[in-house]
Write a protein that binds this ligand. Structure first.
Ligand SMILES: [Zn+2]
Length: 68
């Protein structure tokens, strides 16, 4: 186990917005770190969202080519 000292950011809470890379619709608004996949309500594409320290990364989420 690493006993790494975590830096606490005392900045005021920043709200970030994640936008759909396909249609630019706003997908969500968040205040903290989120890693997940959401579905755009507008174009119904799945989008992967990662929010880290106020920086938003969005990328098209392609599911692995597994057939059910
Ligand atoms: Zn979209």
């Amino acid at each position: 186990m690493n006993d790494v000292k975590k830096e606490t950011y005392k900045d005021p809470v920043k709200k970030v917005y994640a936008c759909c890379p396909f249609c630019s619709a706003t997908l969500l608004q968040a205040e903290c770190v989120i890693n997940g996949v959401t579905k755009c309500e507008q174009c119904h594409q799945r989008v992967r969202i990662e929010i880290e320290n106020g920086i938003v990364h969005v990328a098209p989420y392609s599911s692995p080519p597994n057939k059910k």
